[in-house]
Design a protein around this ligand. Structure first.
Ligand SMILES: [Zn+2]
Length: 191
């Protein structure tokens, strides 16, 4: 018998755990955006100030993204230890965002000959794109399960630990009959 049945709020806590790094990241990005706006108004007559500030703030965005990835994946490891793929996907998306941020930041280098700046970033971008594609390709059936586990409110927990849709009659993972598993039924509180 899976232990989380005894703790009906645990899934709610997991969601809270995943939400916290997300909110932290959003607030950090808002702060960066505000600094950018203030600087655009106040420093517009200071030579090159906005140019250098732009670089510093973009690097701050990169740090925020990496910190978010680290904390979000730590929570994901607690809530879904059986799905390292979910963490890989987060990693792939964050690296993609980091590369795009850097591409935008150092755009002044695009004057380099032969479009080498754009070619370099194009090749580097292909790495996380391919990485994400390969994860989705190898785990397409498992991903639907992960999404359901994260977003479904009402589930039937099987003794194997898999959380099935409330309408399921059989476990989607091990095939066990669920309809008479009355005590496995649980309602999850949203957050
Ligand atoms: Zn099962």
């Amino acid at each position: 018998m899976a232990t989380f049945i005894m703790f009906p709020n645990k899934k709610g806590n997991m969601k809270k755990g995943l939400l916290k790094p997300l909110i932290n990241a959003i607030f950090a990005l808002l702060l960066i955006a505000l600094i950018k706006i203030v600087a655009a108004v106040m420093l517009k007559h200071v030579n090159d100030a906005n140019f250098y500030l732009e670089i510093v703030l973009s690097l701050a965005v990169v740090i925020v993204l990496l910190k978010f990835m680290q904390e979000f994946n730590r929570q994901l490891e607690i809530s879904s230890p059986a799905y390292p793929q979910a963490r890989s996907i987060v990693k792939g998306i964050i690296f993609l965002l980091v590369i795009l941020t850097l591409y935008g930041t150092f755009g002044f280098l695009s004057v380099l000959p032969y479009g080498i700046y754009h070619i370099f970033f194009f090749i580097v971008t292909l790495i996380p794109v391919y990485y994400l594609w390969s994860i989705f390709y190898k785990n397409s059936d498992m991903l639907t399960g992960i999404l359901r586990n994260v977003f479904s409110e009402e589930i039937i927990a099987c003794s194997c630990g898999w959380k099935n849709d409330i309408a399921s009659r059989f476990c989607n993972k091990c095939g066990l009959k669920l309809s008479n598993a009355q005590n496995n039924r649980q309602k999850n509180n949203m957050l």
